[in-house]
Every structure is written in structure tokens, then in C-alpha cells.
Design a protein around this ligand. Structure first.
Ligand code: SME
Length: 151
């Protein structure tokens, strides 16, 4: 996948004048699942810092039961506290993991910062083992920097 080709599409999609933020984010999830074959579920979680919980936002992929995730729980909850990217090449090797579906083999979560504050994250599940490289991390950091401009 050539992420460089996708970047202008991400920018164009997020700058659509007449769309609400959640529509743009859903379209972004669709763009990523359509163009990266190993991105099988793409979604956003947003933090409630008072309650220390993450809340599911726009996503594309299989329906999930995990609408609310406490900070510290699962890969997502750990990223809410660590403020660091979390790449999981093989989910079966993780103790603190919330399974969505047996089809999910790997996961990447990249925090979303607005003015230096971790307000949520982009979460991507894959049906293949160990697909994510540093190129994915750099690309998803770029995506989140663009998303941050909507807040
Ligand atoms: N697997 C995640 C839960 C969210 S789903 O992937 C949509 C986790 O361990 O935090």
C-alpha cells in the first residue's frame, strides 16, 4: 500500500465543507478499509477523562459490543493511559486484550492528540497476523494530526 497516495484523499475528505465531523470520520474509516486490504475494522474511540472511559465513535467493520472501555482495559484502554502507539502483531500473545471476534488476528491503536491532550484514538483490527509496520504508524499519526484539526 502506498500511503503517500492516500494522504491527499484523507485531507480532501476531512475538509469537505458540508459534512459533520462524525460523517467525515466515518468516511475516513471507509476510505482506510477500502484502500488497505489488511485494515478490516477501523474506528475511533473518544476519552471521557472524568469517568476514565473510552467511548466508541464512528467506525466501519463488524459490529462490536465494546461501546465503552475503561481506561487500562484492553489494548485501547492501555493506550488511553500510555499515550503511546500500541502495535499488536498477534492478539493471542496479549493478556490484556478485549476480543471482538475470532477473525481478528492483530491490532494497532494510535492515540489522537488535540493541543497535546490524548482525547481518543484510532483503532484498527486486521484478519492477518503481523501486518503492521512503522509505515502504518507514521501514516496513522498523520491521519490523527489531520483529524485533530476538526476539534
Ligand atoms: N480489541 C480492543 C477492543 C476494541 S475492538 O478491537 C473494536 C482492545 O483490546 O482494546
Amino acid at each position: 500500500m502506498n500511503f503517500e497516495n492516500l494522504k491527499p484523499q484523507v485531507i480532501a475528505l476531512l475538509s469537505e465543507a458540508n459534512a459533520e465531523r462524525d460523517i467525515k470520520l466515518k468516511n475516513l474509516c471507509q476510505l482506510l478499509t477500502d484502500n488497505v486490504d489488511y485494515y478490516n475494522w477501523v474506528g475511533f474511540y473518544f476519552a471521557n477523562h472524568e469517568n476514565k472511559t473510552l467511548h466508541l465513535g464512528p467506525y466501519v467493520g463488524a459490529e462490536t459490543d465494546h461501546i465503552v472501555i475503561p481506561f487500562g482495559k484492553g489494548i485501547c484502554g492501555q493506550v488511553a493511559e500510555s499515550n503511546q502507539n500500541f502495535v499488536v502483531p498477534d492478539v493471542t500473545a496479549q493478556d490484556n486484550y478485549i476480543a471482538c471476534s475470532f477473525t481478528v488476528k492483530s491490532e494497532i491503536v494510535v492515540p489522537l492528540f488535540v493541543n497535546g491532550k490524548n482525547i481518543g484514538q484510532i483503532d484498527i483490527d486486521s484478519h492477518v497476523i503481523d501486518p503492521f509496520t512503522e509505515a502504518d504508524e507514521r501514516f496513522l499519526e498523520f491521519v490523527n494530526q489531520e483529524v485533530a484539526k476538526l476539534f
